[in-house]
Design a protein around this ligand. Structure first.
Ligand code: F6R
Ligand code: MG
Ligand code: MG
Length: 375
């Protein structure tokens, strides 16, 4: 018998939010849940879980239709449109912010919403961790993904588990030139780092175990500014990782978040900010529209579904809802204060190159003609 294939799709969109760019309010959850419930009853998807990362609505769906499937993407697109019209009725802020195109063209990629998908052959037991971050961008997963799948100081399994000794292959996207490259660690670790340290340009999109090409990570890589040609909010990213039994343990996947690190985004998508791992209850951006926050959802795949209880409700672990991450949260706030003390001076503000697509260009444009050649 062929092993059963299942697909995990997480598709997200800022459809409008409460109190500025703070949080997705309940009425929008209700619309999303109603739509996905209907789709599950019709058999389009097997089951789903709706959550938020700050002002981003996150649709986590389990199905058997494969990646980039038109029906699944259309379901997400229509759901976001319904949520955006509810947001408009309620006069929520920036209703439909990330819906950049009007007509659906078969795939949400390049239309505004962010997407990470993974088709897997379900193992005997398949633990999955899905991450979603707000007020930041795709490259902010480069650092933890490197730690998890390439750094033996983070992932003991790279040294201790014979099934991981072969290393992992990383697909990196050059978002400026729309090119892609695959690098293998440990052999090409230095080359990989030379690229992915430039988080504003190079983004890790997929990771496979080198010995058997088992897919083990998939992340969103969209840059909304490159679609719209102007600043339209940051590209609050999502990713799916697969854990255990010859892959990094869930604890190794979470270990990079014991400390805060710096990401691009925060206020007006124009600043460096410390990432703060939080439980779903604290998934809401406040001070200086942040600090950038990340949530982690853990679950098991079971016969094409997110493993569910007897009532059919998915069983979900809210992994950062834990005092173990209190130090990282504290560090994040200390670093947030240090950066904010610098106001609009680099390195608190992004470099000129990374500000290329922000609204500052309009301000600078006005000054342009007043500059005179230096005598
Ligand atoms: C960042 C973000 C916010 C807004 C800021 C200004 O991703 O969404 O920081 O950039 O609140 O928003 P507007 O221009 O809508 O008033
Ligand atoms: Mg917003
Ligand atoms: Mg957002």
């Amino acid at each position: 018998m062929l092993p059963k294939k299942a697909t995990i799709s997480i598709i997200k969109c800022d459809v409008g939010s409460l109190a500025g760019h703070h949080i997705v309010p309940k009425p929008l959850f209700d619309v999303a849940e109603k739509n996905l419930k209907k789709a599950a009853e019709k058999g389009v998807i097997n089951n789903f879980y709706v959550f938020n990362a700050g002002d981003d609505l996150e649709l986590l769906m389990a199905h058997e239709k494969g990646e980039q499937n038109k029906e699944i993407h259309q379901l997400a697109w229509e759901t976001f449109k319904d949520c955006a019209s509810k947001a408009s009725q309620l006069k929520l802020y920036a209703a439909g912010q990330d819906l950049l195109k009007t007509a659906f063209s078969g795939n949400v990629r390049g239309m505004g919403p962010g997407v990470a998908e993974m088709e897997i052959e379900e193992r005997a037991s398949d633990p999955i961790v899905v991450f979603a971050a707000d007020k930041t961008s795709a490259g902010s997963f480069n650092y933890p993904l490197f730690c998890i799948f390439a750094d033996p100081m983070n992932t003991a399994g790279l040294v201790i588990d014979p099934n991981m000794l072969c290393g992992f292959k990383f697909e990196v996207i050059d978002t400026k030139e729309s090119k892609t490259i695959v690098l293998k660690c440990p052999e090409e670790m230095y080359e990989l780092l030379s690229l992915i340290g430039t988080v504003g340009r190079y983004v890790i999109s997929r990771i496979w175990r080198a010995s058997d090409n088992l897919i083990c990570a998939s992340s969103s890589v969209s840059k909304l500014s490159l679609i719209a040609g102007k600043y339209v909010g940051k590209d609050d990213p999502v990713m799916i990782t697969r854990a255990q039994h010859g892959l990094p343990a869930v604890g190794e996947i979470l270990a990079p978040f014991m400390h805060s690190y710096f990401v691009q985004g925060w206020m007006r998508g124009s600043h460096w900010g410390p990432i703060m791992p939080v439980g779903l209850k604290a998934s809401k951006c406040t001070v200086f529209d942040g600090p950038p926050r990340i949530v982690a959802i853990g679950f098991q795949m079971a016969n094409g579904k997110i493993s569910s209880d007897d009532e059919g409700t998915p069983i979900i672990a809210d992994l950062f809802d834990d005092p173990a991450f209190a130090l990282a949260r504290h560090e994040a706030m200390q670093n947030a204060c240090a950066l904010r003390n610098m106001g609009e001076f680099e390195p608190a503000r992004l470099s000129a190159e990374d500000m290329e697509y922000t609204t500052i260009q309009k301000v600078l444009g006005k000054l342009g003609e007043r500059f005179k050649p230096l005598k």
